[in-house]
Ligand binder design. Structure first.
Ligand SMILES: *Cc1c(COP(=O)(O)O)cnc(C)c1O
Length: 395
């Protein structure tokens, strides 16, 4: 192992770079999670976190990874054998659907080629066919991190409304929360699944469910077994600022700081920054002459860009070389696109020069592996980032 000087570039699409402000906030003594100081902080955090989801309703915070919040969404609202309609946008959709099956649910997974967002017409057709309302929930990923696609949550809401279908709407925002606009109440989502380690700029270890009135009502009759992930126990304890078991105290300090940072920047500015840096990333990919995994220009993600390597090349070898020579981690191709795709994470605590460094690392790696580039993606991205009109638009 050669000594790596300077900062490691962590450009996977989560966990993302944790800013120093948040690291400093976490680096404080752990306090009594049943004491008055902790209760005050919790009560405040539970109110303040709502703006992230654009909701007035409760947000349940779990010490756990995003997968736990997936499970929580289902076990709190559904009963054995209930039908769940899902859309195969990529590996995370597949993993969530596998989890649902293992919980004893009957999953109807609309097949997809992992190259475009959820097909709203297909969802609407399934809902329209389902006259006896056997589908109890529609669940999909807002941002499919494995494919670099973003689905239209409002569009799925409209499909439910047009068909007059009462199914619950569940959305995984783990890689879109605090980076791509998400409106829990306006879009009438029933359960939102979130995680700490992506747009929120925190280390892994917290996950979230934003919960609607309708989902809470469903939880009163749902009969899937639940213990650790039980909303009711958490919501009851939260009333006096506590949790039913030991919370991740220091991560909550970090969450407090992350929310402060997001408020200071302003959510709309956060979204605009992600959109602009994503656009520059896509300009680089086009200049390189490489193909994006996402083939739908309306469905490209503003937090992660998945890039296909040409036939005959191995994306994992490219990633290994970039890690070895330039100390930068890029996202791997997951599941069926392993070795075919590498992913550039451009979310969370991230700015113009971090993107330029990232793109330089990729471009040098492409040269070194012999994949090569048609023209300089770095130059194309730089052009875009220095264009005055673009700069004005982002302000
Ligand atoms: C990262 C991610 C997950 C998985 O979360 P874990 O914290 O690894 O359990 C789920 N869904 C999406 C869309 C993700 O990006």
């Amino acid at each position: 192992m050669t000594f790596a000087s300077g900062r490691h570039f962590l450009q996977i699409p989560g966990p993302t770079n944790v800013p120093d402000r948040i690291l400093r906030a976490i680096d404080r003594p752990t306090i009594d999670h049943r004491g008055p100081d902790f209760a005050r902080m919790t009560k405040r955090l539970l109110e303040e976190i709502k703006f992230l989801f654009k909701t007035e309703g409760p947000v349940v915070i779990f010490p756990g990874s995003g997968t736990g919040a997936w499970e929580a969404a289902m076990v709190n609202t559904l009963s054995p054998g209930d039908r769940v309609l899902m859309a195969e946008t990529g590996q995370f959709a597949v993993l969530w659907s596998n989890l649902a099956r293992r919980m004893g649910l009957e999953v109807d997974l609309i097949p997809g080629d992992w190259r475009r967002p959820a097909d709203i017409d297909a969802i609407e057709a399934k809902l329209a066919e389902d006259r006896d309302h056997s589908i109890k929930a529609v669940a999909f990923t807002h941002n499919e991190t494995s494919a670099g696609t973003t689905s239209d949550v409002a569009g799925v809401r409209r499909a439910l409304d047009r068909t007059g279908h009462p199914a619950l709407l569940m959305v995984d925002t783990i890689s879109s929360l605090a980076s791509i606009d998400y409106r829990h109440d306006e879009w009438q989502v029933d359960v939102c699944v979130g995680g700490s380690q992506k747009g929120l700029m925190l280390p892994p270890g917290l996950s979230f469910n934003a919960v609607s009135e309708k989902a809470l009502a469903a939880s009163r009759t749902a009969s899937l077994p639940r213990a650790y992930w039980d909303w009711e126990a958490t919501l009851a304890a939260n009333r006096d600022g506590s949790f039913p078991y030991t919370p991740a105290t220091n991560l909550l300090y970090g969450l407090d700081e992350a929310l402060a940072m997001l408020r200071e920047e302003g959510l709309d500015n956060v979204f605009a920054r992600h959109a602009r840096l994503a656009e520059a990333t896509r300009a680089a990919v086009r200049a390189w002459g490489l193909e994006m995994q996402c083939v739908d220009p309306d469905g490209v993600s503003n937090t992660v860009t998945a890039v296909r390597v040409p036939e005959g090349f191995d994306a994992d070898a490219l990633r290994a070389l970039i890690l070895d020579r330039y100390d930068m981690s890029l996202g791997a191709g997951l599941g069926k696109v392993k070795g075919k795709v590498f992913r550039i994470g451009h979310l969370g605590s991230f700015n113009d020069l971090m993107l330029m460094g990232t793109l330089c690392g990729v471009e040098m790696g492409l040269a070194a592996t012999g994949i090569g580039t048609r023209t300089s993606g770095v130059a194309a991205a730089m052009d875009m980032l220095t264009e005055p009109a673009q700069r004005m638009a982002a302000q």
